[in-house]
Design a protein around this ligand. Structure first.
Ligand code: NTF
Length: 834
């Protein structure tokens, strides 16, 4: 039975558990208490990092008080909750974000200033929590901010990787990877919960038996067990008491030590098991939009799924409701197919451990789960070899075969004799070995499947899930366009612009209702406002130029057009088209007369992004960019007109400097390949314009900002297949300007060109349509240059575009999910719990 304070002590508990006040002296007292007691430092033994830690611990106290209040409130009210399961949360830094969300920034600024530190310096001491690859992981982090801000009863579940996405350094212009051990100096934002832990089984065998009522049943026995321990990461909402939680699991050995081996003198063997268990949550797999079928990755997935479901079920069981009510209490969102084994695991628990019939269990499962698809690229769709799953999770493999059989029997009933359809729809891909198609499993086990932008959701319905739409009906397949949190991506990253908007809109309410931004359109023609708006942009460009000077040594002029492409390196995102365009521009500059040069718009082209360590072509694109940069930046003839920068180690913190400083950003994926993109939204929200293809969320951004305020170019999705076919079978000549660029590379101007041959070789089949799109791309660039020359007209475009971004708040995405898919309502943490 749970402990409760004796009546006489209740008063004491209430009094002393209250959140601390936020006056200057109390903050200073809290800072010094943490510096001296938590960190064992003193006034003569302090440095900036210790000051950051003390501040973080002090802020954390506020988070925990609110977290406790929120949990108490939710356990009393017991509403339906949503569980957002994601193998990635790309959070970045927490201190500045927490201060702003709690509305304590100014308080801490003054209090910390009084102690002798500058809050901005302390904010810079924090290392990023980089537990994700790119857009998918950052989306999960934005969604947590919105869930907290909108008071939804929600939990995030993930893995506490000890190594986040690798750190990228450039050595001789090549990407080299270094481990991201982000926990070296501890992590003040997490609360380790050694009391919240679960066993997770792997391997073993399946036993068939007859139970007391004569039913044939199965149980999974034997094998090896590891322990999952919870680490809680509080997520405060903006201007609300509500503070939700991301629960991150770390793996620990079940038995501390193998004493038998130890006593035999076999020390190595005795620690082997321990190490193996800890390995599970060691490292984040660094692939974006690409599947690599490593056993350890499958172990991570099941480990995560098993611990999370045990935790959810424990919470559900507290209220002793019948199992049939599970879907009314629990909604589970699968962030891509990575947590799909959860569907099989819940079915297993219900039939093997809870004694439900198959049909009862399957009914509960399919009313609990929903699945977000984030890509239609074939190489990114997860499939796991059947022998691998059979070995690691024998009972799950049985259940997958069984549910697939029942599913295909239903397909056969609806489409008798259509054997090709059965082959296409099966969860099992036939071959040697067989594979489990995780997307099919996720779609069959979920009540809703959503894409992440309108075009993408249409593609989901007409390509990978076309047969499933015919079978289940189209209502199951919906769109929820992605969004970004305006708190981090405007209020925090661009305080100048946030302040200007608040001044014009009379307060900060717009940060919780981004549709209010619309009212800023009224100032688009106001020259005074244009000047203030562009002055903020200018200062952000100076801030970026200082950063670039610091990390690369190159000096940039903030008067130039800042042209940015920062995202994971991938052929489908076409950074190579961008660098080929830069080469074309450079060659053209070299051929110009003085008089011609004077009319040129000076440009700074900035790249940033990581390539998967095993992705050879993507790494070669980085080498080409850095090689061209070496030549261009050293050329006095063109230096006024063109600079080229590759910022190393792109991460959330770098994005916060880069995005507010961009005049133009490039989102130039081959049409139909970029599911949504989310940085495109951030750039426009911060007063930059997009040069982009008709792809992903670019399309919806274009609809909102208007065609005059976005630079579109390139082949359309519907044309891509025919163009590929035509290129393949009709000896189509390569675009002449692209040929010129290739000649320039092959001339050796950017160093020994043989190293680039494998990259240039990809242009032969040209799957991503660089040749087709190159001239339209360069023409769009000319439109950009022409537009940038008219300062006032450019400012008007930027203001109008930014003010049109109301739709792209992740608050809107979350409300969409909550109402249409999760069926949950807000539960604000009321005063009696605080
Ligand atoms: C990514 N998908 C897409 O490539 C982006 O377009 C999209 O914005 C984000 O998801 C968020 O929805 C993936 O990372 C994955 F894993 F699906 F390949």
């Amino acid at each position: 039975p749970a402990w409760a304070p004796p009546a006489a002590a209740e008063q004491i508990w209430n009094e002393f558990s209250k959140e601390e006040s936020t006056d200057e002296a109390t903050i200073q007292k809290s800072f010094i208490r943490h510096a001296t007691k938590t960190l064992a430092r003193s006034s003569y033994n302090m440095d900036q990092f210790a000051a950051y830690q003390a501040t973080a611990h002090s802020v954390r106290d506020h988070l925990i008080d609110r977290w406790n209040a929120t949990q108490h409130c939710h356990s009393v009210k017991d509403p339906k909750r949503v569980y957002y399961m994601s193998l990635e949360f790309l959070i970045g830094r927490t201190l500045d974000n927490a201060l702003l969300n709690l509305n304590l920034k100014d308080h801490y600024k003054r209090a910390i200033g009084g102690i002798g530190f500058t809050i901005e310096d302390l904010v810079d001491e924090e290392v990023d929590a980089a537990l994700g690859n790119g857009g998918l992981g950052r989306l999960a982090a934005c969604f947590m901010d919105s869930l907290a801000t909108l008071d939804y009863p929600a939990w995030g579940y993930g893995i506490r990787y000890e190594y986040g996405i690798f750190q990228q350094k450039l050595v001789d212009g090549y990407q080299t990877e270094y481990p991201d051990y982000w926990l070296t100096f501890g992590n003040p934002w997490e609360i380790q919960r050694l009391d919240v832990s679960y066993d997770v089984r792997f391997r073993g065998y399946v036993e068939k038996y007859v139970d007391v009522s004569g039913q044939t049943r199965y149980r999974w026995e034997g094998g090896e067990k590891v322990v999952a321990v919870a680490n809680d990461y509080p997520i405060p909402g903006f201007q609300t008491k509500n503070c939700i939680n991301i629960r991150l699991w770390s793996s620990k050995p079940k038995k501390e030590f193998d004493f038998a081996s130890f006593n035999e003198g076999n020390y190595d063997k005795s620690v082997e098991e321990q190490k193996a268990a800890e390995n599970i949550t060691s490292v984040l797999y660094p692939n974006d939009n690409h599947m690599v079928g490593k056993v350890l990755r499958l172990k991570q997935q099941y480990f995560f799924v098993s611990a999370t479901l045990q935790d959810i079920i424990r919470r559900f069981k507290k209220t002793s409701r019948p199992w049939s009510e599970f879907p009314q209490q629990v909604s589970i969102q699968l962030n891509d197919t990575h947590p799909t084994l959860s569907i099989v695991e819940l079915q297993r628990i219900l039939i093997d451990e809870e004694g439900l019939t198959w049909d009862e269990a399957w009914d509960i499962v399919t009313h609990t789960y929903s699945y977000t698809n984030h890509t239609v690229l074939p190489e990114a769709l997860e499939k796991w070899a059947v022998p691998l799953i059979s070995d690691l999770l024998p009972r799950h493999m049985m259940i997958i075969f069984e549910l697939n059989l029942y599913f295909l029997q239903r397909v056969e009933k609806l489409f008798p004799g259509d054997r090709d359809r059965l082959r296409r729809m099966s969860v099992i891909e036939e071959g040697h070995p067989q594979y489990v198609r995780m997307a099919h499993l996720a779609a069959i086990g979920s009540h809703h499947v959503n894409g992440v932008a309108e075009l993408h959701s249409e593609l989901v319905k007409t390509t990978i899930f076309a047969d499933f739409v015919e079978f289940f009906g189209k209502e199951k397949f919906v769109n929820v366009t992605n969004g970004v949190t305006p708190r981090r991506w405007l209020h925090q990253a661009n305080p100048g612009l946030s302040t200007l908007i608040s001044e014009k809109l009379g307060g900060t309410a717009w940060l919780k209702d981004l549709s209010q931004l619309d009212k800023i359109k009224a100032f688009a023609d106001d020259v005074g406002f244009q000047n203030r708006f562009m002055d903020i942009k200018y200062k952000n460009k100076i801030r970026l130029a200082e950063y670039v000077k610091d990390v690369t040594g190159v000096t940039l002029s903030p008067d130039a057009l800042f042209d940015v492409q920062c995202k994971r390196l991938h052929e489908y995102k076409r950074q190579h088209m961008n660098i080929f365009g830069v080469i074309h521009r450079y060659e053209k500059l070299k051929s110009m007369s003085k008089a011609e040069l004077e009319k040129v718009v000076p440009r700074v082209v900035i790249f940033a992004g990581k390539a998967a360590p095993g992705y050879y072509t993507a790494k070669l694109i980085i080498k080409l960019i850095t090689s061209v940069a070496n030549v261009v930046n050293a050329d006095p003839q063109t230096s006024e007109y063109l600079k080229l920068i590759f910022i190393p180690n792109y991460n959330v913190s770098v994005a916060e400097i880069l995005i507010p400083a961009s005049d133009l950003s490039q989102h130039i994926s081959t049409a139909g390949t970029e599911a949504s993109g989310t940085s495109n939204m951030k750039f426009v929200l911060n007063g930059g314009l997009i040069l982009g293809t008709v792809d992903g969320a670019n399309i919806e951004i274009g609809e909102e900002v208007g065609k005059d305020n976005i630079f579109f170019f390139g082949a359309l999705t519907a044309e891509v297949e025919d163009i590929r076919h035509h290129q393949m079978y009709h000896n189509v000549a390569m675009d002449a300007k692209l040929q010129g660029v290739i000649k320039s590379i092959q001339s050796g101007r950017y160093g020994d060109s043989v190293i680039f041959e494998p990259l240039l070789g990809t242009l032969r089949s040209d799957y991503y349509l660089l040749s087709k799109d190159f001239t339209p791309y360069l023409e769009a660039m000319e439109r950009v240059d022409a537009a940038f020359k008219n300062k006032s007209a450019w400012a008007k475009k930027c203001i109008t575009a930014a003010a049109s971004m109301g739709k792209f708040s992740s608050d809107r995405s979350i409300q969409d999910y909550a109402k249409r898919i999760w069926k949950i309502t807000p539960v604000p943490t009321t005063e009696e719990f605080a």
